[in-house]
Write a protein that binds this ligand. Structure first.
Ligand code: ADP
Ligand code: ZN
Ligand code: ZN
Length: 749
């Protein structure tokens, strides 16, 4: 009998997989049957070191390079059907290779946590309560001695069936239900957990679609023409142009064809509004997938999608690998958003991989944004994406009017000029809402001694402490270290300590003094981290009463506040001078997105940008030509400089407790690379920059450096990286440093 070996990926930080023999109890089984059962992507339990691990089968082989006696038997085959369908498993394996990440960490990391730990891929079941035959004919009034049971019975009678997890939403205790059960008035069945709030027997549409304007109509028509094939679209539509309405009407077509839709959004926790709009429009099974769910809920939603029970799946980056039984359409909302690229560990781009997924599944895909990435514009220009444009705001809203406010030499109160303060007062008097955007949380970004010049710095980082006034804390925004605000200078003991600069907390405090009768909401990580606090604020804001919303980029993300008529950008300057080559693109996107919150409904909107650089080409370009025109200019600059998307880059990063080993590792990497390119005759194709210190060189007591590789040809870069990584992984210094590689990085500083 021939021998077979299982090539298995295990979640360890090593760029290889491991050979095993089939489990002992399968050893005598019919080899052909066993081979048929062992599909790539199947989970297999194996001994690993002195523990057992859940691995993923990569392939079945007939030879192994290890001596037969040394190869262990796998312990158990966990799946009859692999959790990921073959094409998604292959995409995961491909991505591990492309992003140069250890295959086990990458592929297993894409599965819900419970599957990773060996849990069965089965829907959890839940208790569902309903009336018994007796209960159906029972007079609720007869229970007047037990008010709670009476209420519970009335609710069950009305709802017909109610999941146990829903009881608390109706104020029903489980004790009441048990008591009713004893009286044989209700009964309880276990059923697979299903998405809630779906009304069987009601039509798919819970509210009518809006009548489309001509641009929307044209866009929809083009996607509809390709609903049964792979077709990538870039929907570039100004803020408020009705992109969401386009998603909704396309989804309708796809659902009617019996297929499922995957919607990827940047941060679901921040935009419950998006999910609500889908739920309002459709009476169907909608599930969400994001890191805020419990492991059990996440697995369950994932399985509901895989088994075809969920019609619309809305999720963040990691939802890209959710299996769908009947894939019909992928939508990537705010496709420019940096959160689609994982920034640590397996650094994959969900946006880029979503295109490959759509291709594998033969479905259309819509990438949409008011501020598309230059990569996507480039792909459209190359004819790889069909460009759909919405240049007008939907429903008659006018585009916001921009004013650049030159604040050179102007007296400022918490960063606000007198002119801006009057403009805010005017809007509030007219019962409108105002957004003040300041991308810096805390009270002040520095604490300074006026007497000797001492500045409070984090002892573990090359960074100043941020003052958090109400909390009476100095906090490092890089390592989260904190201390009490000192009452005197530790150097000269002077008490003349000053808060330098302005953060959201300080603006909000000043605004409270200027407008004591008005509602002021501070919206940043500090005020929204508690559960429901953001949700509660959103609800209050939505009531539309006059208010000031002071916040960070959280305010830029796709919100629809109909009553906001003024958006003020307190300080546009910090973003204008970034060392990152994507700096101009990012600041243009951020400013456009924030500005896009103004005047989205009936009232016209205005945007005031405070700056010391009113003649800066980015500001002038944005205001005079809009984002798309500016993007074209930025693209020409990238082309002239040979930067992405006109070339491809990868970044090697290393950090260590001392500077020396990290630097030496990258210097050795650079040398290796020079040898490799010389040997392959590629010296002219590859540029190397560095090693250079990272933007914050010392962070959490570790020293960070980076090396940037740039190449005009993606395949050449890929080949070099494979060779390079294989060599560096075994380099003597690799053990004394922490190192990683980022292919197609979003941040280069
Ligand atoms: P975007 O996603 O492009 O920022 P939205 O989809 O949020 O824009 O639309 C902005 C506003 O315009 C919403 O209130 C939406 O209901 C409205 N709207 C969209 N399409 C239409 C339309 N065809 N007619 C009337 N109002 C529309
Ligand atoms: Zn001092
Ligand atoms: Zn720190």
């Amino acid at each position: 009998m021939g021998q077979i070996y299982l090539d298995i990926a295990i979640s360890v930080p090593i760029r290889r997989s491991f050979d095993y023999l089939p489990p002992r109890d399968q050893h005598q089984a019919n080899l052909e049957q066993l081979k048929a059962r062992l599909k790539p992507g199947t989970r297999v339990k194996v001994p690993f070191g002195n523990r057992t691990a859940v691995g993923l089968l990569i392939q079945v082989k007939s030879t192994s390079s290890f001596a037969t006696g040394k190869i262990k038997h796998a312990l158990e085959i966990l799946d009859d059907v692999p959790p990921l369908p073959s094409h998604l498993h292959q995409l995961a394996v491909w991505a591990a290779r492309y992003y140069q990440h250890p295959i086990g960490e990458a592929t297993l990391g894409l599965l819900p946590k419970l599957l990773r730990s060996g849990h069965a891929a089965a829907l959890s079941s839940e208790n569902y309560w309903q009336l018994s035959e007796l209960g159906k004919h029972f007079q609720v009034g007869d229970l007047h001695r037990a008010k709670k049971q009476q209420q519970a019975l009335a609710v069950i009678a009305q709802q017909q069936t109610l999941a146990q997890s829903q009881l608390k939403n109706y104020g029903i205790s489980i004790n009441s239900m048990r008591a009713l059960e004893k009286k044989s008035l209700v009964c309880c069945h276990q059923k697979p957990m299903m998405p809630t709030d779906y009304n069987k027997g009601m039509p798919l549409l819970s509210e009518p679609h809006l009548a489309l304007n001509s641009e929307q109509e044209l866009a929809i028509k083009q996607v509809k023409a390709k609903l049964t094939q792979f077709a990538p679209f870039l929907l570039s539509g100004v803020t408020g142009s009705g992109k969401t309405e386009i998603y909704l009407q396309l989804i309708d077509c796809v659902l009617q064809a019996g297929k499922q839709v995957l919607v990827l959004v940047p941060e679901i926790g921040l935009t419950p509004q998006t999910t609500n709009r889908f739920k309002q429009r459709f009476n169907c099974h909608i599930v969400v997938l994001h890191s805020g769910l419990s492991d059990k809920a996440r697995l369950n939603n994932w399985l509901l999608a895989a088994k075809g029970h969920a019609n619309i799946i809305i999720g963040t980056r990691s939802a890209l690998f959710t299996p769908l039984l009947q894939p019909g359409l992928i939508i990537v909302d705010e496709e420019h958003d940096a959160s689609f690229k994982q920034q640590e560990g397996f650094r994959y781009s969900a946006r880029d991989l979503s295109i490959m997924r759509a291709k594998a599944e033969n479905t259309p895909i819509v990438l949409a944004s008011a501020t598309p990435s230059l990569e996507s514009f480039y792909n459209a220009a190359q004819g790889r994406f069909h460009l759909l444009r919405l240049t007008q705001r939907a429903g008659g809203a006018a585009p916001p009017r921009f004013t650049l406010l030159n604040i050179r030499g102007a007296a400022l109160r918490a960063g606000m000029s007198e002119e801006l303060i009057s403009a805010i007062a005017r809007e509030l008097d007219n019962d409108n809402q105002v957004i003040l955007f300041l991308n810096r949380r805390g009270f002040a970004p520095a604490l300074l001694c006026h007497h000797c010049g001492w500045v409070a710095e984090c002892p573990s980082c090359d960074a100043r402490f941020t003052v958090h006034y109400q909390a009476n804390k100095l906090r490092c925004h890089y390592c989260d270290q904190q201390q009490a605000i000192p009452s005197s200078c530790p150097e000269c003991h002077s008490t003349a300590l000053q808060y330098m600069g302005v953060g959201t907390e300080r603006s909000a405090t000043t605004l409270e003094k200027l407008f004591p009768d008005r509602q002021i909401f501070r919206i940043d990580k500090d005020t929204t981290s508690r559960k429901n606090s953001w949700h509660n604020m959103l609800e209050q804001i939505q009531r539309g009463e006059p208010a000031i919303l002071v916040g960070t980029q959280m305010l830029a993300k796709g919100h629809h506040f109909p009553n906001v008529t003024l958006v003020a950008i307190l300080d546009a300057d910090t973003g204008l001078f970034s060392p990152d080559f994507r700096g101009p693109e990012k600041i243009a996107q951020l400013l456009t997105q924030v500005a896009g919150r103004a005047g989205r409904a009936k009232k016209p909107g205005q945007v005031i940008i405070q700056t010391h650089h009113h003649d800066h080409p980015i500001l002038a370009g944005l205001i005079n030509g809009g984002f798309e025109n500016l993007a074209l200019k930025l693209m020409a600059e990238r082309e002239a400089a040979g930067l992405p998307p006109y070339s491809h880059i990868a970044m090697l990063k290393a950090d260590a407790k001392q500077a020396e080993p990290a630097l030496s590792f990258l210097t050795a990497t650079r040398q290796q690379l020079a040898d490799l390119t010389a040997a392959n005759n590629l010296s002219n194709n590859v540029d190397v920059i560095g090693p250079l210190p990272a933007a914050i060189e010392k962070k959490s007591n570790r020293y960070h450096y980076q090396l940037l590789l740039q190449c005009s040809n993606r395949q050449v870069l890929q080949r070099l990286l494979h060779q390079l990584v294989a060599i560096m992984e075994n380099h003597a210094l690799a053990k004394s440093v922490r190192w990683s590689i980022d292919v197609d990085p979003m941040d280069t500083f």
